[in-house]
Design a protein around this ligand. Sequence first.
Ligand SMILES: *[C@@H]1O[C@H](CO)[C@@H](O)[C@H](O)[C@H]1NC(C)=O
Ligand SMILES: *[C@@H]1O[C@H](CO)[C@@H](O)[C@H](O)[C@H]1NC(C)=O
Length: 421
Amino acid sequence: MDSAKKLKKFIINTFIILGVILFVPGLPPYSKLEPFSPTPPLAFEGALDPKDYLLARAEKLFKGEIVGPESLEVSPIDSNVLYAGLDGGSIIKIFGNGTQMKTVAKLGEKCSGSWDVNNCGRPLGIRFDKDGYLIVADSYLGIYRVDCEHSGQVTNLVHKHAVIDGKVAKVFNGVAPGKDGRIYYTVTSTNYPFHEALGEMLGAPSGRLIVYNPETNENKVLQENIHFANGILLSPEEDYVVFAECFRFQLLKYFIRGSKAGTTEVFLDGLPGTPDNLNLSPEGNILIALVSVRLPGEFDPLEFMFNHPWLRKLVIRLMHLVKFPFDMVSKFFDFPFFRQIGSHVMSLSLLVPVLPPYSIIVEADWEGKIVNSWHSNSADKRLFSDAKIVNGYMYLGSPFNDFLARIKMPNSSRVPKNLKM
Ligand SMILES: *[C@@H]1O[C@H](CO)[C@@H](O)[C@H](O)[C@H]1NC(C)=O
Ligand SMILES: *[C@@H]1O[C@H](CO)[C@@H](O)[C@H](O)[C@H]1NC(C)=O
């Protein structure tokens, strides 16, 4: 055969194999995938102007000593002390102006390395409650209360296997503890665990907004079918919650009280990236960390896939097929190497090399209007998942970086809320 014929045969065979993979019944995904077109990203102008790319000048703290400080929180009793949840399952305390750290809690037991996620756990959301306890959403292990300022005592509030309205959470992600003791939290997926998050990204939306009542020990589902639910914040009056729907590039608003109680509406859409954690700015606004960015006017392969369900289905099936032998081997033999590979096949970290060298922290007010933003155009200062401004510095967490980023904030002309007359 000449090479043109060989190529033709190869292409035909590839199509036949892909066609079989696509159409053979009984394989995941098990829900029908619908096409959708996300709102295009807002232009980088006005409050979204990149200005001087401030974040590209951030310093790296603890470089090489930590991995994935995903979510950040400031101590309610000492603003010089920060907390972060790490890849590997530890919750650390950061002090000494960003020079020292100490592990205060590790929720997972019998953890044999950061790849052993089911045992190690992965804290994704940490916020202090009104009594000074740290409420932790650990992706794999559930919702916890940690007395990290005093005894170090750890209490499990929502069990990892709790069946809530017929389903088990596979990824616990964001927490918002209320003044009344209730804890609002997001479940990113009820289909895929965190290390298979690409399945939730490409599959049918299965995320949830849930409220936990400590008095009755009950969980109530408030909203379902969210496409990768993530960060969450209670409004100042605690009459609604705002939460991130990553792969619709928007924030949603769920009404707790008032005439719209029990309903959800769009709070802010067209974000130029996937919203991760939500945090409060010193002025009381919402800081939205866009962990990955979609640049206005550029072709986005992900958006193309959202519009073409058959392509998503094919990719999901191919990933399952690649993963299957590694999972089977690890089921019968204790080969950490195989489990390690198996745990990476559907992991979000696979996307890191192809994501744009860009990062944005957006500030929005409680009307859902963008009022400011800070950008980075640096390839090694990006993937920011949480922003906390304290003592004149912005600290930037990340699920992937091997450091905690920090940048001195320029003087603001805005008057802090608590100084308003
Ligand atoms: C904290 O560290 C930064 C350098 O990273 C330094 O510029 C600043 O002066 C330090 N602040 C205090 C209070 O020591
Ligand atoms: C920033 O504000 C502080 C006081 O709030 C002042 O001492 C300092 O000079 C200001 N820096 C600039 C660059 O304006």
